[in-house]
Design a protein around this ligand. Structure first.
Ligand SMILES: [Zn+2]
Length: 257
């Protein structure tokens, strides 16, 4: 990084409520600041996570931008509806709706996929109604997730850790959706190929902490978002400063951060 202290980077997707951060969350956030991060979108998997994300934001201020959602493998329509109501209530404090989406890796049964689709549709409609960006998981379900969002008219979308081929991503690029790139790009040929093809204007940084780090055996943390800048710069054969400028602009456009 050419100017690591200037704090211009956004980690667009991290699970900071994860108990693996309970013992040293202060230090993790301190290292994130030192690595050039100005903010972290704290996604949630449940209603309990959503409430805890607000508490983290109370404690750590602007560094934490809370989000709320139901993880796509939780096929619980009641909790989804509770979350929809909770998000409406707390809209002013939230940076995004997430993590939500489709997961065809773990969920194989057609009936269960139908429930997943129904729940995701409700969050898409909520995103449009409240003008809040979606923070989307689409494991083994890139194409159906993109098609569903286009069909329902989603406008503000981040596809996190997209695991499909670039060709499947193109309709989303054309619709102005964004893609966030995790630090596992240093070891993932699929992520490298995706970044080769996607325009800089569509990219953001993320970590998905505590997973998707550069080393699969170690806990990932938001400071590693800085590694993604170097990886993108190398793949695109462009100066790191240009990558920082681009992801800063993109974060501003999507999240206003
Ligand atoms: Zn995640």
């Amino acid at each position: 990084m050419s100017s690591p202290k200037s704090a211009r980077l956004l980690d667009a997707h991290a699970h900071l409520v994860d108990p693996v951060f309970d013992d040293d969350r202060d230090c993790v956030l301190e290292r994130a600041r030192a690595a050039g991060l100005k903010a972290i979108i704290a996604v949630g998997e449940t209603l309990a996570d959503a409430k805890r994300n607000l508490e983290l934001a109370d404690r750590y201020g602007e560094m934490i931008r809370p989000a709320a959602g139901l993880y796509p493998t939780y096929l619980d329509l009641d909790e989804a509806l509770q979350l929809v109501a909770w998000i409406e209530q707390h809209r002013e404090r939230l940076a995004a709706i997430g993590e939500v989406g489709l997961d065809h890796w773990k969920v194989k049964d057609e009936g269960e996929r139908e429930i997943q689709r129904d729940i995701f549709s409700r969050f898409i409609d909520l995103s449009i109604r409240l003008d809040l960006p979606l923070n989307v998981h689409s494991r083994s379900a890139g194409r159906p997730a993109i098609e569903l969002m286009l069909e329902r008219g989603a406008k503000k979308v981040l596809l996190h850790a997209f695991d499909g081929r670039a060709a499947k991503a193109m309709p989303a690029v054309e619709a102005g959706f964004f893609f966030s790139v995790p630090p596992s790009i240093v070891r993932s040929r699929q992520q490298q190929k995706l970044v080769e093809r996607l325009p800089l204007e569509s990219l953001l940084l993320e970590t998905d902490s505590p997973v998707l780090g550069p080393d699969p055996q170690s806990r990932n943390e938001p400071a590693n978002a800085a590694l993604v800048v170097s990886a993108i710069a190398e793949i695109k054969d462009t100066p790191e400063e240009d990558v920082v400028d681009a992801v800063e602009r993109n974060a501003q456009r999507l999240f206003g951060i």
